[in-house]
Write a protein that binds this ligand. Structure first.
Ligand code: ZN
Length: 399
């Protein structure tokens, strides 16, 4: 099975092309105006009605800029209309204010051997050096799609979408991945592993930091700068951890030719127990973000992803399907029927794996007896597993 994957990469540019941004903004806004007045959300129609007129008016501009401006205007108008329907849009029509220019393959070309981009402008082609990191080297053999030229403060960036076709392997096993506030636990056919993330501690630390700033500095630019500085730092620290965890999960899957099973977290709130004040957007964002990074690394390596129903994964006995009850100790659960005692994150990962196995119908050994533990941090002893009297009964949803 082959699949096309798309990844985007951001390059900082050495030098600038500033003359194009204002003109482009003007064109997109003219198109948005037209689209809102006539309620046009089809790219074809917008292009048909405005393309030649705008080309004539801006004859000095390479024509593909008008083309991409139509594409941008169209997608901006569509999302505006969607927001409007939900009552969340401001104003009667969208206004494009950002310094962003969309480029298609006629407007730029990349040379990743010399790290140079050549961009069409009203004054001919301009070549700029791409400042790159080691991360960018992987894209050398990828195909190039669209790109966006972005001006932020006094810097210029080029965001490029790369495409590659990868072979997705047929899995012979499944690993279950349970994403939690402070750790990621995975279940494999031969046991469990855990990576401690301490995300909750990091979030609380930054939350308190932000609150101190908010109470000390009531208004002004300094408050804003400080808040966004710590916000960025928090995001960076957490993303860094996510990438490490995701690499680990993808490697485990590759080693064992497994698919990765993740919980379908549409109803995500169940897992989050912060104070009401802290229970902000970020935390909902968080689990999905980590899953997204895992999915991305997996696809990059040709590992299939399965989403399973998240309901009751940490409350159902993976051996006999009975509803588990708390065992008194921190985060441990007990099965009254078969005697299983285990950490709830282990139970979660275990059930996710079982559900994943069901979905891809792989017959591989499912841990039914004392699973071996290999937990980073090693802070708890787990799982005295007593053999289940009805060991071949399927786990079923309880409660
Ligand atoms: Zn049980």
């Amino acid at each position: 099975m082959r699949e096309i994957i798309k990844l985007s990469a951001s390059f900082k540019l050495d030098g600038e092309i500033s003359e194009i941004f204002n003109l482009y903004k003007k064109i997109v806004n003219e198109l948005l105006n037209h689209a809102s007045t006539k309620n046009i959300s089809s790219f074809k129609r917008l292009k048909k009605e405005k393309y030649y007129e705008l080309r004539k008016k801006h004859f000095e501009l390479p024509s593909h800029y008008i083309y991409t401006a139509c594409q941008m205007a169209c997608s901006i108008y569509k999302s505006f209309r969607k927001l409007k329907r939900r009552g969340k849009a401001k104003g009667d029509k969208p206004v494009f204010k950002r310094d962003v220019v969309m480029l298609d393959d006629h407007l730029f070309s990349l040379n990743l051997d010399d790290w140079i981009v050549s961009i069409s402008t009203p004054n001919g082609r301009v070549k700029l050096k791409l400042l790159h990191g080691k991360y960018h080297e992987r894209f050398k053999d990828w195909r190039v799609g669209q790109a966006w030229l972005i001006k932020k403060d006094d810097n210029m960036f080029l965001n490029v979408v790369f495409r590659k076709e990868v072979e997705i392997g047929m899995p012979i096993d499944v690993i279950g991945v349970d994403v939690n506030e402070n750790n990621v636990t995975i279940a494999k056919s031969n046991g469990f592993e855990r990576r401690v993330t301490r995300e909750k501690n990091i979030r609380i630390t930054y939350f308190l930091k932000r609150r101190r700033i908010q109470s000390k500095i009531k208004t002004g630019k300094k408050r804003k700068t400080l808040l966004s500085k710590y916000g960025r730092r928090e995001t960076k620290r957490i993303l860094d951890i996510y990438h490490k965890v995701a690499n680990f999960v993808a490697e485990e899957a590759l080693k064992t030719s497994s698919a990765i099973a993740l919980e379908n977290l549409k109803n995500i709130r169940k897992k989050i127990k912060y104070s009401r004040k802290m229970n902000g957007r970020l935390h909902r964002w968080s689990f999905r973000k980590l899953q997204f990074i895992i999915e991305y690394k997996a696809r990059l390596n040709g590992v299939p992803i399965i989403y399973v129903n998240a309901r009751g994964t940490s409350r159902t006995c993976p051996i006999c399907g009975t509803k588990l009850s708390p065992n008194g100790q921190y985060r441990t659960m007990k099965c009254k029927r078969c005697g299983l005692i285990a950490d709830r994150d282990i139970i979660g990962a275990w059930n996710i794996r079982l559900r994943g196995l069901k979905q891809i119908d792989v017959r591989s050994p499912v841990p039914r007896e004392s699973p071996s533990m290999n937990l980073e941090g090693g802070r708890f002893a787990v799982a005295k597993v007593i053999k289940c009297p009805k060991s071949n009964s399927k786990p079923e949803r309880v409660g």
